[in-house]
Design a protein around this ligand. Structure first.
Ligand code: EZ4
Ligand code: CO
Length: 412
């Protein structure tokens, strides 16, 4: 079997997605997600200009060799653009191999280690009543684990709070709230860490009082704190028994987590912006985190994710694979197959995609009673309708950014 062609499909149903489709000479197709939110076209160029020409005529079964060749022959290693491009190839080749074997992909990764994959959803509100409504609506949808984000008094617009998100871009053009933040320029939000640190414990106190001690609750700090601020937050949230506190610091400085860890037993999750095992080396070896947050889509695909998670397992660190809506259904399916197969599964982030996205990507994975399952179709179990994709052309999309009240740019 040989790779006959590889196409890069860009589409924007609800939001932008970049998909690699590899077709073999005997007609098998494989899909890989290459979506890098806000920098989509950089990955498109990397794939079409530099990767696709190298794939034609190659044996699609040689997944590891292809991965090593793309990683090492580039000379310029790592980085989100490179690793998203390699991930798309890796996942598409796993899709082809599993279809050739006539098995769902998780069977090739060792088979099921569980019946289903516990997923968490994103509840949010600008204030406590709105947050409670959102939690109730998630519970009604079947979610059994919930991420909690709220507005902070004094701040206009804040990460993770749907109804509070900036409705106006910097262009003067008005946008209805677009969860994909498709905008011609980045939207400016405001931030004040001290106000956030004062407010958040009272939110979790209210949520525990209303919803009881059992429900797993998560929170995302979105890289905004210094190590000592993160330590303080972890400590002040201990009475509310979080499942995890995510991205408490910008974790490029892995050693900073030593300080956080010394001060709190709140479990820590890090890594959605990481792209190789090297980003985790100190965090895993020194057991400074509890959950690995990488996305299959941004970390070079299923092959390296399996290695990172096997390494983490030696230290009793579990998976918490990134799964916001900017991971396409193809990237989600890859994550869910891996989640089902590995022993050290922790939890899977899952926000439902919109109707237009589901029209473009037909999926076999299911969400029932709080658990995801990849389904039993051979391969990943996702098809892409090229005609439907063509109806939704790419739209410029920048992520928002933060400024402090004195105008200083801050981590978003
Ligand atoms: O902000 O994927 O935990 N989830 C997250 C996400 C990220 C987006 C950025 O593209 O932090 O919502
Ligand atoms: Co996050």
């Amino acid at each position: 079997m040989k790779i006959d062609r590889a196409e890069v499909i860009v589409t924007s149903p609800d939001r932008n997605f970049v998909t690699l489709k590899i077709t073999t000479d005997d007609g098998l197709t494989g899909l890989g997600d290459a979506t890098l939110n806000g920098r989509e076209l950089a990955v498109v160029a990397y794939l079409t200009e530099h990767v696709v020409p190298l794939l034609i005529g190659k044996d699609p079964h040689r997944i590891e060799d292809t991965w090593q060749f793309l990683y090492r022959s580039a000379y310029w290693r790592r980085g989100p653009v490179t690793m998203a491009a390699i991930a798309a190839v890796d996942v598409a080749l796993w899709d082809i191999k599993a279809k050739a074997a006539g098995m769902p992909l998780y069977q090739l990764l060792g088979g099921a280690s569980r019946e289903g994959v516990l997923a968490y959803g994103h509840a949010s509100g600008k204030d406590i009543p709105e947050l409670f409504d959102s939690i109730r609506s998630h519970l009604d949808q079947g979610y059994r684990a919930i991420r909690v984000q709220t507005g902070v008094p004094g701040l206009k617009s804040i990460y993770g709070v749907a109804s509070n998100a900036a409705a106006e871009g910097n262009t003067g053009r008005r946008y209805d709230y677009d969860p994909a933040q498709r905008a011609d320029l980045p939207v400016e939000e405001d931030w004040d860490t001290r106000a956030y640190l004062r407010h958040l414990p009272s939110v979790f106190e209210a949520v525990r009082a209303e919803f009881g001690p059992e429900l797993p609750l998560l929170h995302d700090g979105h890289h905004r704190m210094t190590p000592i601020q993160a330590a303080k937050l972890g400590k002040s949230l201990e009475p509310y028994d979080l499942f995890w506190l995510e991205d408490c610091t910008p974790a490029e400085n892995q050693k900073a987590l030593r300080l956080v860890r010394q001060h709190t037993t709140t479990p820590l999750a890090i890594g959605e912006v990481f792209n190789t095992v090297w980003d985790y080396q100190t965090l895993i070896e020194e057991q400074l985190i509890d959950y690995v947050r990488s996305a299959v889509t941004h970390t070079g695909g299923i092959s390296p994710m399996k290695k990172i998670l096997d390494y983490a397992a030696q230290y009793q660190i579990r998976s918490g694979i990134h799964g916001p809506t900017d991971i396409s259904p193809v990237g989600m399916a890859a994550a869910v197959h891996l989640d089902l197969a590995i022993h050290n599964f922790g939890i899977q982030e899952y926000m439902k995609h919109g109707e237009m996205t589901n029209e473009v990507f037909q999926q076999s994975f299911t969400f029932n009673d709080g658990y995801l399952h990849p389904g039993e179709r051979p391969g990943l179990g996702v098809d892409l309708d090229v005609d439907a994709a063509g109806k939704y052309p790419y739209q410029t999309a920048y992520l928002p950014f933060n400024r402090l009240h004195d105008g200083t740019v801050h981590d978003w």
